[in-house]
Structures are given as structure tokens and as C-alpha cells.
Design a protein around this ligand. Structure first.
Ligand code: URA
Length: 442
């Protein structure tokens, strides 16, 4: 096959066959195609789109370019959750041990923070010693014994996506629904799942802020999963403000430990519980919602979810003492309050500027190779809708230096709006459920 011919056909609005997508994934994975040709094809896809069959074929081809986790014959349900990303979005850290404690196998393959959004791997690595770089064989063994492994995407998983994603990033072709869906699903299908729950964020801090685009992405991924024999359920959740109160790696881990101890912010539990119910019901379809909710609640109150997290942390080399004594997590040397400049109502906490403040503190990255400081971040003391008085603390900033504290203070001041009245209420936390049957507003 001649790549130039495929580019030309896509450029002119034609379609490629499954064999041709297989060829594209192959030459992307082994790097035998020049970047300029792959980049040109990506731009043609960006403008011309892919039909459903092409999107499925590209997903299969990218999946087939690498290795996969093998679900043993006779194994029960293998369920994961994927989020399109946000600020303070830390539900994975609770969901994995919680579902494993309920008897569901959770092969959770997560990413690192990039841009304004955080990443589960960085949060986990704030536990001293915690190793996310397990080989597929190690992950497979841990799944058999503990029902959960918390790992990163190894170079062996969907290598075609690795090449294509880097080129999309460099050529402004990331925001293309079929390419996003094929990229995410090729990696998720490599986990050998029986079911997948998607957390599709909407609002100003989301990767795709508009509801309609989020729904289109969700529908595309549900269809890809269905075509591959994996049931996918998507929930649309709010990212018009940070989720929970803590933003920053160790601070978020601490907040998740609070949830596993039966405490933590109500909004974080609302979103976590909604996703957990979907995961549990994918594993056991006969379960009704109240029974699923009760089982999940019992796994928290009995300490079973926390105990499961302890065994996972120990198995992956982490210091389990942080679970009972979070003060052992990395801490920042300089703490300072951000105070309300005037009386009023908190009408907004914009997630993107908050994410950028975390990056400026050193807790996030702008390039994939940047290191992150696990200790820094911000813990909000107020929520959207709260009434505040001038001088009252809005947040506590955890910084490495006094200069970094001053910079974060200015950024966060600009992220928080205080007005006389709440003109528009914040988005409800969970608003839509998407399955093969269609979209249901909740
Ligand atoms: N995350 C991915 O893994 N791929 C995309 O294309 C976008 C977000």
C-alpha cells in the first residue's frame, strides 16, 4: 500500500478500508512512515472525519499494534473506568480499591497529568515507594491475587496511538472526536475488559467543554465498545469547578484516604458513587441501584475498601503507613491562606486557572517529560454558592517557596469570582447516562 494514496483519498473525503487502517497503524507503530505523511493524514481526518466503521477499524488496528492484558478463561468481570480528565478529579483512587473490595477485578491503566488536568499515576506516586511501572506480566499476576492493579500505559500497549497522539499534539489535531475515541478505546480494550465506565466531563475545565461534543464522544466510545464485545456506559459529570476540595497530587491522595475512611467532601462521593454503581452493575447486571449503593457503602464503612487499598499499595511497593498517618505523605514547606477580597457569594471557581496555578507551583507538567512536585497544591475552604466575608480564608496554598506562593495566590484570586448574587447555579454533578440504548438525562 502507498501511504500517499491513502492521504489523498482521505483528503478528498473518501474512506479507508479496515486493511488500510491496519497498514496505517502498522507504519505508525514501527515508525516506518515519515511523520510528515502521518501528520498530513491526521489533518485530513480532522477535516473529513471518519465514519463509524472506519473509527472501529482504526481502533482495532491501533489495539492490534501492541500487546494486551489477557483475561484468564473463566475469570469474572473485569471492569475499568476512564475519565476525560479534570481538575481535582481523583475518583479512580477510590474506585479501584472499592470495586475490588466488592469482588470486581479492576485492571486500572491510568495516565499522567498533562496541561491543566491531573493524572492518577502522579497522585499514586505521591505515596513513597509506590511503583506504577509494572510489566504486563506483573499486573496480570496481581490481578489474579488482589483483583486490582494500578498501572501506567506501557510502551507495549497500542504503540500506534503513542506515535499518532504525539503527532496530533504537535499538529493541533487532538480535538477530533473519532481520533479521541479510537485513541482512548484502543488503550482501554487492551486491558481485556468485560465492561468500561466512562466519566465524560463537561464545563469550562473539560477537555471538550460543550455538552453536545461530550455526548458525541460518549456515543462513539459506547459504540466502539459494543462492536468489540465490551459493554460501555458513560456518565456526563460536571467540570465547571474542581471536584472535591484538594487539587495537587499528595493533597488529592489525602482526600481520597478521607473518603476511604468514610469521610471526605460530599461532591467527591456523589461522583465516585455514581461511577461505582455503574461499574458494579456492569459486573453484576442483575443488581438494582439501591442494592449496589448499599453494597458500596458497606465496603467503605466496614473498612474493606481501605483494607484492599492497603494490600494494593503494599504489593506495588508503597509505604502503607501513609494510610493511617497521611502526615507521612510529602508536605510542602510554605503554606499560606488565600483570603476573600470582599463580602459576597462565591459564584465560580474556574478549573483551568486552578490547574495552571498547580502547574506553576510545580505540581503539574506542560511537557510529558517534566517532573512533578507531589507536595504542592491548593485546598479550597469554600464551594460555589457559599457566602463569604472579606478577609475570610477561601483556600490554603501549599507551595515550595514564598515566590511560588505569591504567584499561586494571584492566579487563584483570578480563578475565584465573588459577586453579590449567584446568577447561574453550578452544573449538577451527574447529568446524563449514555448506553447503547441512547442518552438519558438524569
Ligand atoms: N486521551 C487520550 O488518550 N487520547 C486522546 O486522543 C485524548 C485524550
Amino acid at each position: 500500500m502507498i501511504l500517499r494514496d491513502l492521504i489523498e483519498r482521505k483528503r478528498d473525503g473518501g474512506r479507508l478500508s479496515a486493511d488500510e487502517w491496519h497498514f496505517v497503524a502498522h507504519v505508525a507503530a514501527d515508525r516506518s512512515a515519515p511523520d510528515y505523511q502521518l501528520a498530513a493524514l491526521l489533518m485530513a481526518i480532522y477535516f473529513r472525519g471518519l465514519d463509524d466503521a472506519e473509527t472501529r477499524a482504526l481502533t482495532r488496528a491501533m489495539l492490534g499494534s501492541g500487546r494486551t492484558l489477557a483475561r484468564p478463561a473463566g475469570a469474572g468481570a473485569w471492569i475499568d473506568k476512564h475519565s476525560t480528565g479534570g481538575v481535582g478529579d481523583k475518583t479512580s483512587l477510590v474506585l479501584a480499591p472499592l470495586l475490588a473490595a466488592c469482588g470486581v477485578t479492576v485492571p486500572m491503566m491510568s495516565g499522567r497529568g498533562l496541561g491543566h488536568t491531573g493524572g492518577t499515576l502522579d497522585k499514586l506516586e505521591s505515596i513513597p515507594g509506590f511503583r506504577t511501572g509494572l510489566s504486563l506480566e506483573e499486573a496480570q499476576r496481581q490481578l489474579a491475587t488482589l483483583g486490582c492493579a494500578l498501572i501506567g500505559q506501557t510502551g507495549e500497549i497500542a504503540p500506534a496511538d503513542r506515535t499518532l497522539y504525539a503527532l496530533r499534539d504537535a499538529t493541533a489535531t487532538v480535538e477530533c472526536i473519532p481520533l479521541i475515541a479510537a485513541s482512548i478505546m484502543s488503550k482501554k480494550l487492551a486491558e481485556g475488559l468485560t465492561g468500561l465506565v466512562l466519566d465524560v466531563k463537561r464545563g469550562s475545565g473539560a477537555f471538550l467543554p460543550e455538552l453536545e461534543r461530550g455526548l458525541a464522544l460518549a456515543r462513539t466510545m459506547v459504540d466502539i465498545g459494543h462492536g468489540a464485545g465490551v459493554e460501555v456506559v458513560a456518565l456526563v459529570t460536571a467540570m465547571d469547578r474542581p471536584l472535591g476540595q484538594a487539587c495537587g497530587n499528595a493533597l488529592e491522595l489525602r482526600e481520597c484516604l478521607d473518603v476511604l475512611h468514610g469521610a471526605g467532601p460530599a461532591d467527591l462521593w456523589t461522583v465516585t458513587e455514581a461511577l461505582a454503581i455503574e461499574m458494579l452493575r456492569l459486573a453484576r447486571p442483575s443488581l438494582d441501584v439501591p442494592t449496589a449503593r448499599a453494597e458500596l457503602g458497606a465496603a467503605i464503612t466496614s473498612g474493606a475498601a481501605l483494607a484492599r487499598f492497603r494490600t494494593i499499595v503494599a504489593a506495588q511497593g508503597g509505604d502503607v503507613r501513609v494510610l493511617d498517618d497521611p502526615a507521612r505523605l510529602p508536605t510542602a514547606p510554605v503554606l499560606g491562606d488565600l483570603v476573600a477580597p470582599r463580602d459576597g457569594i462565591v459564584t465560580g471557581i474556574a478549573p483551568r486557572p486552578v490547574g495552571h496555578a498547580i502547574i506553576a507551583l510545580g505540581g503539574g507538567r506542560t511537557r510529558a517529560e517534566d517532573a512533578v512536585d507531589p507536595a504542592v497544591g491548593v485546598v479550597f475552604r469554600v464551594r460555589v454558592g457559599d457566602t463569604v466575608r472579606a478577609g475570610e480564608p477561601l483556600a490554603v496554598i501549599h507551595a515550595r517557596t514564598h515566590d511560588a506562593l505569591a504567584d499561586a495566590r494571584a492566579r487563584l484570586q483570578a480563578a475565584i469570582t465573588i459577586d453579590e448574587a449567584l446568577v447561574a447555579p453550578p452544573l449538577p454533578w451527574v447529568t446524563h447516562r449514555i448506553t447503547t440504548a441512547g442518552v438519558a438525562a438524569l
